[in-house]
Every structure is written in structure tokens, then in C-alpha cells.
Design a protein around this ligand. Structure first.
Ligand code: ADE
Ligand code: ZN
Length: 333
């Protein structure tokens, strides 16, 4: 079976996708019109053509500006539902999406509107498409720890999330800044993940685990710079949610061929492949895995290992993991 068909058949689990990063230009224009919010582009095509980034911050500037069209509960439903329909076509069976409430509450959108729109769509995803999910709220690390605590308090008061994460501009915003926030989240039994080692140093990976209690590391591509840390993550089977197309777009790596994913797999790390912000980086999960596998000459077993790592590293229930593993064995033949 050609690799592309195998990848299409595999039950896939997406552990690193920002819902705001699935906002396609067509939907952005439709929502902008519905809400009377102009976009600084003449058309969806012009918007897409402007997606040329030099680093993480150059992307975040565009990403946050585009979020201005998202205002109502229905907008967040539409955004999430559009993503789930695409995921379903690619045989994504379980997803743990991120959302960034501070991007919206800072513009006067109520936290409840954001989370309820997302949750309503995730519930429909489960009942209508059979896609299970866990929802992860990300803290914007370039804002203050006080702002983060206010956001966590809102989230705990409202309910509806399964985990907390840490994203946005990494360098200069180390995990240590958010120790109290994450301690409170853990005390409330939320799962913990954190972006680390994307642009920031390997010490941010170690501190995300040691100081924040991160159960998974988002990106983590700089881990190989620290062999002792690499050995620790291998021993602990810490899941790393790697996003190769993102890393190329944001110039974390020079090319897909030069991506360290294969070396990470060879080192025994529990690596997974994910799409990050697919509306901006040129591919949803199927395309991301296919292009990565081709560029790095991954074989069938390595592709199946990536899919298995994603099931193992997810926060799905034990029963759901067993179902997904059984589907995987069937599809892998
Ligand atoms: N927010 C959305 N995508 C991100 C990324 N790749 N890194 C940090 N923050 C993000
Ligand atoms: Zn990300």
C-alpha cells in the first residue's frame, strides 16, 4: 500500500492545533462581513498571499489581527465546526485543540461566548462525526502572570476545559513566570501542556516539566541540543507534539528535509506530528504527515509509530485509547 493511502486510512489523533489557527481566509471574510469588522486585505486570496513569515512573532502579529472577526458564540461554533469537518474528512478520530481566550477577552468578547461556542461544536463533533475531544485553554505567555491568573479564574469559574497550555511569544517569557498559575490549574485537576523549545532553549522544556508540571511538550524540537534532557524525556516517555510545516513556515528549521523529527524518533522520543495553525502553514494533518514522511523518507513502521504515539500521549480515556489502538492495528494491517 502506498504510504499516502496508509496515512489516509490510519485513525489520526491531533494533539497540537490552535482553533484560531484554523481560521481560513474565506471564513475570516464571511465573519468580518457578518460582524462589520474590516480586514486589511482586498480578498481571501490576497490574505493568503500575505502569509510569509520570518519568525514566530511575525506570524503571531497576523494571527492575532485576524482574530478580530471572531465576536459571538456562533462565530466560535462556526470556526470549530469548520475545523472538525476537515478533520473528519482526514480520518482524525480524536482531537485536543487549543484556544486563546485572552486574544478575545482583551477585545471585549466574554469568556463564556468563546468557550461555549467551541464546546457546542465539539459536542456536535462527537455526536455527529464520532470525533472525541479534550479542550485545552492556552495562556498567552507574553502577557502578565496576573492576566494569566485572571483568565484561569474565569475558566475555573465557568468550567468546560480539560487542560491548560502555554503559547505565544516564547523567548523572554520562561515557564518560571507562570509557576503559581499552573500550580492552581493542577490543583483543579486540569491537564498541563506547554509550548517549549520551539524558538526557546532546551531549558524551557526542562522547566515546563519541572516547574509547571507539563505532561506533554508542544514542539520541543530543540531538545536534541541537550543529550541529558533527551535521555530524561525518553525514559519518562514524554510526548512531544511536533509541527513540521509550522517549523518551516516560521523558520525554526531551514527546510522540511532538514527537520529533526527523524532524529528525534531515532533517539526514542515519543514524537507525534501535528498541524499547529493549518490555515497559515499550508496543510492540515493528512498533508502534514504525508509531506513530512516524504521529506524525511520515513517508512511505514515509523508512520505507524507516530500515530500510536499520538494515541498514547492523548488525554483520552483508557477505553477510548483502546478503541483507537484497535482501529490503528486494523488499518496498519
Ligand atoms: N500560537 C499559535 N501558534 C503558535 C505557535 N506555533 N507557537 C506559539 N504560540 C502559538
Ligand atoms: Zn502551537
Amino acid at each position: 500500500m502506498p504510504l499516502e493511502s496508509l496515512i489516509r486510512r490510519l485513525p489520526k489523533v491531533e494533539l497540537h492545533v490552535h482553533l484560531e489557527g484554523t481560521l481560513e481566509p474565506d471564513l475570516a471574510f464571511a465573519l468580518g462581513e457578518r460582524n462589520g469588522v474590516p480586514l486589511p486585505f482586498s480578498s481571501p486570496d490576497a490574505m493568503r498571499a500575505a502569509y510569509r513569515f520570518t519568525d514566530l512573532q511575525s506570524f503571531l502579529d497576523v494571527y492575532y489581527a485576524s482574530c478580530s472577526v471572531l465576536k459571538t458564540e456562533q462565530d466560535f461554533y462556526d470556526l470549530t465546526w469548520a475545523y472538525l469537518l476537515k478533520a473528519d474528512r482526514e480520518n482524525v478520530r480524536h482531537v485536543e485543540p487549543f484556544f486563546d481566550p485572552q486574544t478575545h477577552t482583551a477585545r471585549g468578547v466574554r469568556y463564556a461566548e468563546v468557550v461555549e461556542g467551541v464546546r457546542r461544536a465539539l459536542a456536535a463533533g462527537r455526536s455527529e462525526l464520532g470525533i472525541t475531544s479534550k479542550l485545552i485553554m492556552c495562556i498567552l505567555r507574553d502577557l502578565t502572570a496576573h492576566d494569566a491568573m485572571t483568565t484561569l479564574d474565569q475558566a475555573l469559574g465557568h468550567g468546560g476545559i480539560d487542560g491548560i497550555g502555554l503559547d505565544s511569544g516564547e523567548v523572554g517569557n520562561p515557564p518560571a513566570k507562570f509557576v503559581e498559575v499552573f500550580a492552581k490549574a493542577r490543583a483543579a485537576h486540569l491537564h498541563v501542556v506547554a509550548h517549549a523549545g520551539e524558538e526557546g532553549p532546551p531549558s524551557y522544556i526542562a522547566d515546563s516539566i519541572g516547574l509547571l508540571g507539563a505532561e506533554r511538550i508542544d514542539h520541543g524540537v530543540r531538545v536534541l541540543e541537550d543529550p541529558a534532557l533527551t535521555r530524561r524525556l525518553v525514559a519518562a516517555k514524554t510526548c512531544l507534539t511536533v509541527c513540521p510545516l509550522s517549523n518551516v513556515s516560521l523558520r525554526v528549521v531551514d527546510s522540511l528535509e532538514a527537520h529533526p523529527l527523524r532524529k528525534m524518533l531515532d533517539a526514542g522520543l515519543a514524537v507525534t506530528v501535528n498541524s499547529d495553525d493549518p490555515a497559515y502553514f499550508g496543510g492540515y494533518l493528512q498533508e502534514t504527515i504525508v509531506r513530512t514522511a516524504r521529506a524525511l523518507s520515513l517508512d511505514r513502521d515509523q508512520v505507524v509509530t507516530l500515530a500510536r504515539n499520538a494515541i498514547d500521549g492523548s488525554f483520552a480515556t483508557g477505553v477510548r485509547k483502546d478503541e483507537l489502538r484497535a482501529e490503528l492495528e486494523l488499518a496498519a494491517g
